[in-house]
Design a protein around this ligand. Structure first.
Ligand SMILES: [Zn+2]
Length: 60
């Protein structure tokens, strides 16, 4: 689980790896599109946590 700030319902909420809709490794870090429980898509950029995310992705 990780926290996302969802602009669609205006609050911070928890998402799980199952909520990740897309995932790409860019020069700026890992960019993910995560579907909030409200149905909104939230773009999240991960920097130094890329390795942790890789571990999560492998487990999912
Ligand atoms: Zn939301």
């Amino acid at each position: 689980m990780f926290a996302i700030d969802c602009p669609h319902h205006g609050a911070r909420t928890l998402a799980s790896t199952d909520d990740i809709r897309s995932y790409s490794n860019t020069d700026h870090g890992i960019v993910m599109e995560v579907e909030c429980h409200c149905g909104g898509i939230v773009t999240v950029t991960m920097g130094r946590t890329a390795r942790e995310l890789d571990a999560c992705g492998a487990a999912a």
